[in-house]
Design a binder for this molecule. Structure first.
Ligand code: AMP
Ligand code: MG
Length: 427
């Protein structure tokens, strides 16, 4: 590949002198994304997604006045003198099951057996539980024609009013809400089978490298297996995206170009590898030819080179190849992107304050993300221990970790006992 002769100012994609801190990179990246259009998503698939519009109740819940207990529907006034020693006897004129629509009318001195969820009959205003009558297991006192009531009911006892949970026309959930299981239940209970949520983004994932092979392939000399695709795809899914694989590109402009051209329908392309200064790091050349992509040096560790821009209009995030650098960069920059497209107002990674039990080194003025295991100690405070070797290629220590300790650029050494922010990586 011939050396480009145009000045660096006209080749922003190669301007690796652009040293950005993590926050500046994040701000530039996020500015390029907006929430995706709203689609009607079948209820179950909408769990965890963000509601794009207010949702209204189509009718009351419960839709009709009904019994909250198994017992007898009565007119409270008829049994107002009932006590355990001096019960009131009422005539039993029938039986109402849940789901029944033909109902008796309860007159003075009358009652009817009624089951939980069955509509309240006209005339009755309270339900006396079986336990407060002379009901005996296996015996229907309805057949005896009478029931003794041992406790005076008040009007409304054990009666659920129409609309007492949700009133017709009221807002069941407001736009911007993250849907949780109970929300889906509310929607279902008012007759919605789908929820208007921001569409899930499609994230297309491309691994690069002549040495990189599929996990199922024979391992030849000099070859390694592709782990990045799996880590990146799993994270993208965990955050709510749909994933499309673009496979593994050889380090040639032709293969990279060909595979990237299959991502026209994606909302984000994520590549790993090929963005450093190596002789075969061609991703940047392809990005130059096909789109408008900058490669930055982000002041973070692990990870430093980061590409961002768009290729034929599709945003592209180019991650370093080293497995942990790729994963950490994706957690930092990819998660906010996915969350923004999903419509979350808060795209920030969630951090908690933890006390580090180990001392840490951080030379080089970069923000250091240290793989760590956090737990709650005997006194109830959250403490963290380093999860193992911290090299950018040591994936096993990322697998062992549940958090990244954030060591600020300015801190060269961290002594044990220091309180740091920890980013919870699997949320
Ligand atoms: P690069 O950024 O392309 O120079 O790659 C940096 C390091 O990451 C090299 O040791 C690569 O072999 C390794 N690497 C690149 N892509 C992958 C991948 N998909 N899975 C595992 N390791 C990778
Ligand atoms: Mg490479």
């Amino acid at each position: 590949m011939p050396e480009p002769t145009t000045p660096l100012s006209e080749r922003p994609w190669e301007d690796v002198t652009q040293q950005l801190d993590v926050d500046a990179a994040m701000a530039r990246i996020l500015a390029a994304f907006v929430p995706l259009p709203i689609v009607d998503q079948p209820l179950l698939e909408a769990c965890g997604q963000v509601l794009g519009r207010d949702v209204f109740a189509r009718h009351n819940v419960p839709p009709f006045r009904n019994s909250a207990m198994d017992g007898y529907a009565v007119r409270a006034i008829d049994a107002s003198q009932a006590t355990w020693t001096d019960p009131t006897t009422l005539r039993v004129i029938g039986q109402i099951a849940a789901g029944q629509s033909a109902l008796p009318v309860i007159g003075r001195g009358e009652s009817t057996r009624i089951m939980t969820g069955a509509p309240m009959p006209e005339g009755a205003d309270a339900v006396v539980r079986f336990e407060e009558t002379d009901e005996r297991p296996g015996e229907s006192s309805g057949e005896r024609g009478a029931v003794r009531i041992f406790r005076a009911p008040k009007p409304h006892d054990n009666v659920r009013e129409a609309g007492e949970d949700i009133a017709a026309g009221s807002i069941v959930a407001r736009r911007g809400k993250t849907l949780r299981p109970a929300d889906l239940g509310l929607f279902a209970s008012v007759g919605w089978t789908a929820a208007p949520v921001h569409r899930r983004p499609v994230v297309a994932i491309l691994s690069t490298g002549n040495e990189v092979n599929e996990p199922g392939d024979e391992l030849s000399a000099g070859a390694i297996r592709d782990s990045n695709s799996y880590v990146l795809a799993a994270y993208a899914r965990l955050w709510g995206a749909d994933v499309k694989s673009l496979g593994i590109a050889r380090d040639t402009v032709a293969d990279l170009t060909g595979r990237l051209s299959c991502a026209a329908d994606a909302d984000l392309i994520v590549t790993s590898g090929g963005v450093s200064l190596g002789d075969f790091d061609f991703v940047k050349d392809v990005l130059r030819g096909e789109g408008n992509v900058a490669i930055w040096q982000v002041r973070m560790k692990p990870g430093k080179p980061l590409a961002f821009g768009n290729i034929r209009g599709v945003p592209l995030l180019g991650l370093p190849g080293n497995p942990v650098a790729a994963a950490v960069s994706f957690i930092l920059f990819g998660r906010p992107i996915v969350r923004r497209m999903l419509g979350y107002a808060d795209t920030n990674p969630r951090t908690v304050k933890v006390k580090t039990l180990d001392s840490l080194d951080n030379r080089g003025q970069r923000r250091h993300y240290v793989r760590a295991v956090t737990e709650i100690d005997a006194s109830g405070s959250i403490v963290a221990r380093v999860a193992g070797e911290q090299g950018a290629g040591i994936l096993s220590s990322l697998a062992a970790a549940n958090a990244l300790l954030v060591v600020p650029e300015s801190l060269e050494t961290v002594i044990a006992g220091t309180i740091l922010d920890a980013l919870l990586i699997d949320e």
